[in-house]
Design a binder for this molecule. Structure first.
Ligand code: FE2
Length: 309
Protein backbone atom coordinates (compact mmCIF):
# COMPACT_ATOMS: atom_id res chain seq x y z
CA UNK A 1 0.00 0.00 0.00
CA UNK A 2 1.27 3.49 -0.80
CA UNK A 3 2.02 5.77 2.11
CA UNK A 4 -1.20 7.54 3.11
CA UNK A 5 -0.93 10.58 5.32
CA UNK A 6 -3.44 12.88 6.96
CA UNK A 7 -2.96 16.58 7.57
CA UNK A 8 -5.54 17.74 10.14
CA UNK A 9 -7.61 20.82 9.31
CA UNK A 10 -8.23 21.62 12.99
CA UNK A 11 -7.27 19.91 16.29
CA UNK A 12 -10.54 17.94 16.32
CA UNK A 13 -12.17 17.73 12.88
CA UNK A 14 -11.20 17.26 9.25
CA UNK A 15 -8.05 16.20 7.44
CA UNK A 16 -6.51 16.56 4.01
CA UNK A 17 -5.52 13.14 2.69
CA UNK A 18 -2.29 12.67 0.79
CA UNK A 19 -0.90 9.63 -0.98
CA UNK A 20 -4.18 8.26 -2.37
CA UNK A 21 -5.49 8.14 -5.92
CA UNK A 22 -9.22 7.39 -5.93
CA UNK A 23 -9.15 5.55 -9.25
CA UNK A 24 -10.25 2.11 -10.45
CA UNK A 25 -7.31 0.48 -8.68
CA UNK A 26 -8.45 1.53 -5.21
CA UNK A 27 -7.67 -1.50 -3.04
CA UNK A 28 -9.96 -2.79 -0.26
CA UNK A 29 -7.15 -2.25 2.25
CA UNK A 30 -6.99 1.42 1.25
CA UNK A 31 -10.78 1.75 1.55
CA UNK A 32 -10.56 0.21 5.03
CA UNK A 33 -7.81 2.66 6.00
CA UNK A 34 -9.87 5.61 4.74
CA UNK A 35 -12.97 4.36 6.56
CA UNK A 36 -10.99 4.26 9.81
CA UNK A 37 -9.72 7.77 9.12
CA UNK A 38 -13.24 8.99 8.40
CA UNK A 39 -14.34 7.81 11.85
CA UNK A 40 -11.37 9.65 13.39
CA UNK A 41 -11.44 12.90 11.38
CA UNK A 42 -15.11 12.92 10.26
CA UNK A 43 -14.25 14.98 7.14
CA UNK A 44 -11.65 13.86 4.56
CA UNK A 45 -10.47 16.21 1.81
CA UNK A 46 -8.83 14.74 -1.32
CA UNK A 47 -7.18 17.11 -3.81
CA UNK A 48 -6.59 16.62 -7.55
CA UNK A 49 -8.85 13.60 -8.05
CA UNK A 50 -10.21 13.95 -11.60
CA UNK A 51 -12.97 11.40 -12.22
CA UNK A 52 -16.27 11.00 -14.03
CA UNK A 53 -19.67 10.41 -12.44
CA UNK A 54 -19.51 6.63 -12.91
CA UNK A 55 -16.23 6.53 -10.98
CA UNK A 56 -17.73 8.62 -8.16
CA UNK A 57 -20.62 6.15 -7.91
CA UNK A 58 -18.21 3.19 -7.86
CA UNK A 59 -16.26 4.91 -5.08
CA UNK A 60 -19.50 5.46 -3.17
CA UNK A 61 -20.39 1.78 -3.56
CA UNK A 62 -16.97 0.83 -2.19
CA UNK A 63 -17.78 2.75 1.01
CA UNK A 64 -21.04 0.92 1.65
CA UNK A 65 -23.53 1.27 -1.23
CA UNK A 66 -24.76 4.29 -3.16
CA UNK A 67 -28.31 5.51 -2.64
CA UNK A 68 -30.36 7.32 -5.26
CA UNK A 69 -29.13 10.90 -5.55
CA UNK A 70 -31.68 12.30 -3.09
CA UNK A 71 -34.93 11.20 -1.40
CA UNK A 72 -36.86 13.95 -3.23
CA UNK A 73 -34.84 15.58 -6.03
CA UNK A 74 -33.86 13.74 -9.20
CA UNK A 75 -30.31 12.69 -9.89
CA UNK A 76 -28.75 12.83 -13.34
CA UNK A 77 -30.58 10.81 -15.98
CA UNK A 78 -27.47 8.83 -16.97
CA UNK A 79 -26.21 8.38 -13.39
CA UNK A 80 -29.23 8.53 -11.04
CA UNK A 81 -27.02 8.26 -7.95
CA UNK A 82 -25.49 11.67 -8.67
CA UNK A 83 -27.07 14.94 -7.51
CA UNK A 84 -25.79 17.93 -9.47
CA UNK A 85 -25.98 21.31 -7.74
CA UNK A 86 -25.32 24.43 -9.81
CA UNK A 87 -25.18 27.68 -7.86
CA UNK A 88 -26.41 29.68 -10.86
CA UNK A 89 -29.73 27.83 -10.55
CA UNK A 90 -29.99 28.50 -6.81
CA UNK A 91 -29.03 32.19 -6.85
CA UNK A 92 -32.51 33.59 -7.72
CA UNK A 93 -33.90 31.76 -4.67
CA UNK A 94 -31.04 33.06 -2.50
CA UNK A 95 -31.53 36.62 -3.75
CA UNK A 96 -35.24 36.47 -3.08
CA UNK A 97 -34.57 35.14 0.40
CA UNK A 98 -32.13 37.97 1.13
CA UNK A 99 -34.84 40.57 0.59
CA UNK A 100 -37.74 38.83 2.31
CA UNK A 101 -38.72 37.92 5.83
CA UNK A 102 -37.60 34.32 5.88
CA UNK A 103 -34.86 32.27 7.49
CA UNK A 104 -32.25 33.44 5.00
CA UNK A 105 -32.91 37.14 5.46
CA UNK A 106 -30.14 39.31 6.80
CA UNK A 107 -32.18 40.00 9.93
CA UNK A 108 -32.59 36.33 10.83
CA UNK A 109 -30.36 34.83 13.54
CA UNK A 110 -27.14 33.31 12.35
CA UNK A 111 -28.25 29.82 13.37
CA UNK A 112 -30.89 30.02 10.62
CA UNK A 113 -29.05 32.06 7.98
CA UNK A 114 -26.18 29.61 7.68
CA UNK A 115 -28.51 26.61 7.31
CA UNK A 116 -26.45 24.17 9.34
CA UNK A 117 -27.78 20.70 8.65
CA UNK A 118 -27.20 16.97 8.44
CA UNK A 119 -28.14 15.60 5.01
CA UNK A 120 -31.63 14.12 4.59
CA UNK A 121 -32.71 13.90 8.24
CA UNK A 122 -36.32 14.04 7.05
CA UNK A 123 -35.96 10.32 6.27
CA UNK A 124 -35.65 7.78 9.07
CA UNK A 125 -32.26 6.54 7.81
CA UNK A 126 -30.23 9.55 6.64
CA UNK A 127 -27.20 8.63 4.53
CA UNK A 128 -24.16 7.51 6.53
CA UNK A 129 -21.59 9.25 4.34
CA UNK A 130 -21.79 12.12 1.86
CA UNK A 131 -19.30 12.48 -1.01
CA UNK A 132 -19.08 15.81 -2.82
CA UNK A 133 -16.87 16.54 -5.84
CA UNK A 134 -15.90 19.93 -7.21
CA UNK A 135 -16.75 20.07 -10.93
CA UNK A 136 -16.68 23.82 -11.56
CA UNK A 137 -15.27 25.97 -8.77
CA UNK A 138 -14.91 29.77 -8.54
CA UNK A 139 -11.53 31.37 -7.77
CA UNK A 140 -12.86 32.33 -4.32
CA UNK A 141 -16.09 31.71 -2.43
CA UNK A 142 -18.37 28.72 -2.04
CA UNK A 143 -16.49 27.11 0.86
CA UNK A 144 -18.24 24.46 2.94
CA UNK A 145 -18.31 24.64 6.74
CA UNK A 146 -18.37 21.61 9.02
CA UNK A 147 -19.25 21.32 12.72
CA UNK A 148 -18.21 18.43 14.96
CA UNK A 149 -21.45 17.21 16.56
CA UNK A 150 -19.63 15.00 19.06
CA UNK A 151 -17.67 18.00 20.35
CA UNK A 152 -20.90 19.98 20.44
CA UNK A 153 -22.47 17.32 22.67
CA UNK A 154 -19.37 16.91 24.83
CA UNK A 155 -19.27 20.66 25.48
CA UNK A 156 -22.63 20.70 27.24
CA UNK A 157 -23.04 20.16 30.98
CA UNK A 158 -23.51 16.57 32.16
CA UNK A 159 -26.97 17.50 33.51
CA UNK A 160 -28.17 18.85 30.17
CA UNK A 161 -26.59 15.94 28.26
CA UNK A 162 -28.44 13.53 30.52
CA UNK A 163 -31.74 15.21 29.72
CA UNK A 164 -31.10 15.48 25.96
CA UNK A 165 -30.25 11.75 25.92
CA UNK A 166 -33.92 10.99 26.61
CA UNK A 167 -35.47 13.17 23.87
CA UNK A 168 -36.62 12.73 20.28
CA UNK A 169 -37.17 15.35 17.58
CA UNK A 170 -39.39 15.51 14.51
CA UNK A 171 -37.68 16.22 11.18
CA UNK A 172 -39.71 16.81 8.04
CA UNK A 173 -39.71 18.06 4.49
CA UNK A 174 -42.99 18.89 2.77
CA UNK A 175 -41.90 20.53 -0.45
CA UNK A 176 -41.89 17.70 -2.99
CA UNK A 177 -39.96 18.26 -6.21
CA UNK A 178 -42.11 19.84 -8.95
CA UNK A 179 -40.64 17.26 -11.35
CA UNK A 180 -41.74 13.62 -11.01
CA UNK A 181 -38.94 11.23 -10.10
CA UNK A 182 -37.35 9.32 -12.96
CA UNK A 183 -37.36 6.15 -10.87
CA UNK A 184 -41.08 6.39 -10.09
CA UNK A 185 -40.54 6.61 -6.32
CA UNK A 186 -42.51 8.98 -4.12
CA UNK A 187 -41.04 12.49 -3.93
CA UNK A 188 -42.37 13.10 -0.45
CA UNK A 189 -43.55 14.39 1.90
CA UNK A 190 -41.27 12.83 4.51
CA UNK A 191 -41.47 12.97 8.30
CA UNK A 192 -39.08 11.13 10.61
CA UNK A 193 -38.68 10.85 14.37
CA UNK A 194 -35.04 10.79 15.53
CA UNK A 195 -33.30 10.66 18.89
CA UNK A 196 -31.90 14.11 19.73
CA UNK A 197 -28.66 12.38 20.71
CA UNK A 198 -27.40 9.58 18.52
CA UNK A 199 -24.90 6.86 19.35
CA UNK A 200 -22.52 6.35 16.44
CA UNK A 201 -23.06 2.78 15.17
CA UNK A 202 -19.32 2.20 14.61
CA UNK A 203 -17.56 4.18 17.35
CA UNK A 204 -20.21 4.28 20.07
CA UNK A 205 -19.60 8.02 20.54
CA UNK A 206 -22.55 10.33 21.19
CA UNK A 207 -23.43 13.37 19.11
CA UNK A 208 -26.27 15.83 18.77
CA UNK A 209 -28.58 15.00 15.86
CA UNK A 210 -29.60 18.60 15.18
CA UNK A 211 -30.32 20.62 12.06
CA UNK A 212 -31.56 24.13 11.41
CA UNK A 213 -33.24 23.03 8.19
CA UNK A 214 -35.44 19.98 8.71
CA UNK A 215 -35.82 19.73 12.49
CA UNK A 216 -39.25 20.99 13.57
CA UNK A 217 -39.84 20.29 17.24
CA UNK A 218 -38.95 18.16 20.23
CA UNK A 219 -41.52 15.53 21.00
CA UNK A 220 -43.38 15.89 24.27
CA UNK A 221 -42.37 19.48 25.06
CA UNK A 222 -44.63 22.52 24.93
CA UNK A 223 -44.02 24.58 21.76
CA UNK A 224 -42.18 27.36 23.58
CA UNK A 225 -40.03 24.88 25.52
CA UNK A 226 -39.16 23.10 22.30
CA UNK A 227 -38.36 26.33 20.44
CA UNK A 228 -36.15 27.70 23.19
CA UNK A 229 -34.21 24.48 23.63
CA UNK A 230 -33.69 24.00 19.89
CA UNK A 231 -32.69 27.65 19.47
CA UNK A 232 -30.09 27.20 22.19
CA UNK A 233 -28.67 24.06 20.59
CA UNK A 234 -28.60 25.63 17.12
CA UNK A 235 -26.93 28.77 18.50
CA UNK A 236 -24.24 26.52 19.97
CA UNK A 237 -23.90 24.69 16.64
CA UNK A 238 -23.58 27.87 14.59
CA UNK A 239 -21.69 29.96 17.10
CA UNK A 240 -18.93 27.77 18.52
CA UNK A 241 -16.16 28.46 16.05
CA UNK A 242 -13.77 26.08 17.81
CA UNK A 243 -15.78 23.05 16.65
CA UNK A 244 -15.89 24.22 13.02
CA UNK A 245 -13.69 23.36 10.05
CA UNK A 246 -13.80 25.14 6.70
CA UNK A 247 -13.02 23.50 3.38
CA UNK A 248 -11.95 25.55 0.42
CA UNK A 249 -12.74 23.92 -2.91
CA UNK A 250 -10.77 23.46 -6.10
CA UNK A 251 -11.80 21.69 -9.26
CA UNK A 252 -11.35 17.93 -8.68
CA UNK A 253 -11.41 18.31 -4.91
CA UNK A 254 -13.45 15.48 -3.39
CA UNK A 255 -14.74 15.78 0.16
CA UNK A 256 -16.14 12.84 2.08
CA UNK A 257 -17.85 13.36 5.42
CA UNK A 258 -19.43 11.21 8.09
CA UNK A 259 -23.03 12.43 8.07
CA UNK A 260 -23.48 10.70 11.45
CA UNK A 261 -21.02 12.93 13.31
CA UNK A 262 -20.78 16.30 11.53
CA UNK A 263 -23.22 18.94 10.39
CA UNK A 264 -22.37 21.18 7.46
CA UNK A 265 -23.36 24.47 5.88
CA UNK A 266 -22.62 26.12 2.61
CA UNK A 267 -22.02 27.75 0.37
CA UNK A 268 -22.73 30.65 2.73
CA UNK A 269 -21.55 33.40 0.36
CA UNK A 270 -23.25 32.44 -2.90
CA UNK A 271 -24.36 36.00 -3.59
CA UNK A 272 -20.90 37.46 -3.03
CA UNK A 273 -19.34 36.16 -6.24
CA UNK A 274 -20.66 35.78 -9.77
CA UNK A 275 -18.88 32.74 -11.13
CA UNK A 276 -20.53 29.35 -11.47
CA UNK A 277 -20.06 26.68 -8.82
CA UNK A 278 -21.06 23.11 -9.67
CA UNK A 279 -20.67 20.14 -7.32
CA UNK A 280 -21.73 16.52 -7.77
CA UNK A 281 -22.97 14.63 -4.72
CA UNK A 282 -23.35 10.95 -3.95
CA UNK A 283 -24.40 9.32 -0.67
CA UNK A 284 -23.75 6.04 1.13
CA UNK A 285 -26.81 4.33 2.58
CA UNK A 286 -27.26 4.77 6.34
CA UNK A 287 -28.90 2.78 9.08
CA UNK A 288 -31.54 3.94 11.56
CA UNK A 289 -30.02 6.24 14.21
CA UNK A 290 -30.18 4.93 17.77
CA UNK A 291 -30.28 6.99 20.95
CA UNK A 292 -28.49 6.35 24.26
CA UNK A 293 -31.73 4.97 25.72
CA UNK A 294 -32.23 2.55 22.83
CA UNK A 295 -34.76 4.64 20.93
CA UNK A 296 -34.46 3.86 17.20
CA UNK A 297 -35.46 6.37 14.52
CA UNK A 298 -38.62 5.68 12.61
CA UNK A 299 -40.44 7.01 9.58
CA UNK A 300 -43.74 8.72 10.39
CA UNK A 301 -44.45 9.59 6.73
CA UNK A 302 -42.61 8.30 3.66
CA UNK A 303 -40.18 5.48 3.09
CA UNK A 304 -36.50 4.83 3.71
CA UNK A 305 -33.51 6.17 1.77
CA UNK A 306 -32.20 2.90 0.41
CA UNK A 307 -29.22 1.66 -1.58
CA UNK A 308 -29.85 1.42 -5.32
CA UNK A 309 -28.32 -1.95 -6.05
FE1 FE2 B 1 -26.10 19.15 2.65
Amino acid sequence: MSEISFRPLTPITGAEVEGVVLDDDLQPAVVACLREALLRYKVLVFRDQPMDDARQVALTDAFGGATAAHPIANGLRETPAVLRTALSEDRPKLAEAESGLNPLSGAAPRRLRTEWHIDSTFVANPNAITILRGVEIPPAGGDTLFADLEALYAGLSPSLRGYLDTLQAIHSRHNPSPVPRFDGKSAGPFVALHPLVRVHPETGRRSLLVSSVFMQAIRGLKPRESTLLLDFLLDELAGRDEIHARVRWEKDTLVMWDNRSVAHAGPVDGLMFEEERIVHRTTVVGDLPCGPNGFVSRALVGGLFEAMA
